[in-house]
Design a protein around this ligand. Structure first.
Ligand SMILES: *Cc1c(COP(=O)(O)O)cnc(C)c1O
Length: 387
């Protein structure tokens, strides 16, 4: 489905670390963070060992706790919602814009108004169970889905009106821009992730960016077993975690970040090859890029099967021809543990469910060749011909 894009420079950088005694809490993490500060223009950058742990740190730093409400999207990778659940907060789902798959700002505004009003109005947005004692609405956790920034101006406007923190999950959108501004810098706190299928990789890893020095200091303590500045190795001011990023990963990430533009251009090329070969097919819808997205950063190449096509059958036929595809995303509210905890049912978020039922990620990476793209699209054409 995907492949990392590595050169001898990354291999050498990791090897150089292995020739020192400092495999964690060394100079490379500091360099990697400084590089991200420079890249993003945010004063604070914190390397962590995964996007999921980074999101958890942000939730804790913003003091989101038991029964606190957070507006978020059900059309995402589960980690964005799970970070809220780790602290017993209640994710309040808002359906998405059918074109982009990003949270719908009109619904978001309505949800914030209704939840603030409380009573019957608020009930419309609360899950059927698991929210018997709803606390205050504290934050919006928006996700930049598939490498396209959410409508952050509209989101920030709602946040300002209702005094909410804005967390921007840009784990899929490193390098993307919204109205000329970098994804990840558009809310109070942003995060990028570096699993091997992301725009850059460190194996596992992620980077939090913010201008909020107080939150950053808290997150630095929490990622390092709750050690506040001045704490010795065995003294822990807070209950923390080990969410540190190791030196090998940081060294690799430094090289990958330097190569980001080159790899984004290669991804643009692969996406353009797909687009060229698929755009005439009425059986597939291609990703819509909103006018506010001044730079799209291709993460996955997702197509939607037209409503009259059976996606499962389509995917199975492609698999028979040796082409792997994945449904993207399975809606979060319909994951078994969410149904169990909150009583969600099909029909609760119809747009998310429609996109989830028709979305299909094709093999995609910056190292794909034109002929590999051709193999995939030939297989797609053959499946369509056989329908
Ligand atoms: C990849 C991703 C994450 C982070 O995942 P990790 O595997 O923990 O690094 C978080 N949110 C979204 C939307 C993602 O796609």
């Amino acid at each position: 489905m995907s492949s990392p894009d590595l050169t001898d420079k990354e291999r050498q950088a990791v090897l150089d670390v292995l020739n020192t005694p400092m495999l964690s809490i060394g100079p490379k993490i500091n360099e990697f963070e400084a590089a991200f500060s420079a890249f993003s223009g945010r004063s604070e950058a914190l390397g962590v060992n995964a996007g999921t742990s980074g999101l958890h740190l942000i939730v804790r730093a913003f003091d989101i706790g038991e029964n606190d409400l957070v507006l978020t999207t059900p059309f995402s990778f589960v980690a964005s919602t799970n970070a809220i659940l780790f602290e017993k907060g209640i994710p309040i789902f808002v359906d998405v814009d059918p074109k982009t798959g990003n949270i719908d700002p009109v619904l978001l505004k309505q949800a914030a108004a209704d939840l603030t009003a409380g009573g019957e109005a608020a009930k419309r947005w609360l899950p059927k169970k698991g929210a018997e004692n709803p606390g205050p609405l504290k934050a919006i956790l928006a996700v930049d889905v598939f490498g396209q920034p959410a409508d952050m101006d509209a989101i920030n406007q709602v946040a300002k009106q209702y005094n909410l923190k804005v967390i921007e999950d840009s784990c899929e959108a490193l390098g993307a821009e919204y109205k000329g501004k970098k994804a990840g810098t558009l809310g109070d706190c942003g995060i990028f992730a570096f699993y091997p299928n992301k725009q850059i990789t460190t194996g596992e890893g992620a980077m939090i960016i913010t201008n909020d020095k107080k939150a950053a200091d808290m997150m630095r303590a929490l990622r390092n077993q709750g050690r506040a500045p001045g704490d010795t190795w065995l003294s822990h001011t807070f209950m923390g975690y080990n969410y540190r990023l190791d030196e090998m990963s940081a060294a690799m990430g430094l090289v990958q970040l330097e190569r980001l533009n080159e790899m984004m251009e290669k991804r643009d090329q692969v996406a353009a090859w797909y687009q060229e070969r698929l755009k005439d097919l009425k059986e597939l819808e291609l990703l819509h890029i909103a006018p506010e997205t001044s730079r799209h950063s291709w993460f996955v190449y997702v197509v939607r099967t037209a409503p009259h096509i059976n996606r499962e059958q389509f995917a199975a036929s492609l698999a028979d021809l040796g082409v792997p595809v994945r449904p993207y995303f399975v809606p979060i509210h319909l994951q078994p543990y969410m149904v169990n905890q909150f009583g969600y049912a099909p029909g609760d978020f119809p747009i998310t469910e429609d996109l989830g039922a028709r979305g299909m990620a094709l093999p995609f990476s910056s190292v794909m060749t034109e002929s590999q793209v051709g193999q995939v699209t030939d297989a797609i054409r053959q499946v369509i011909a056989d329908l």
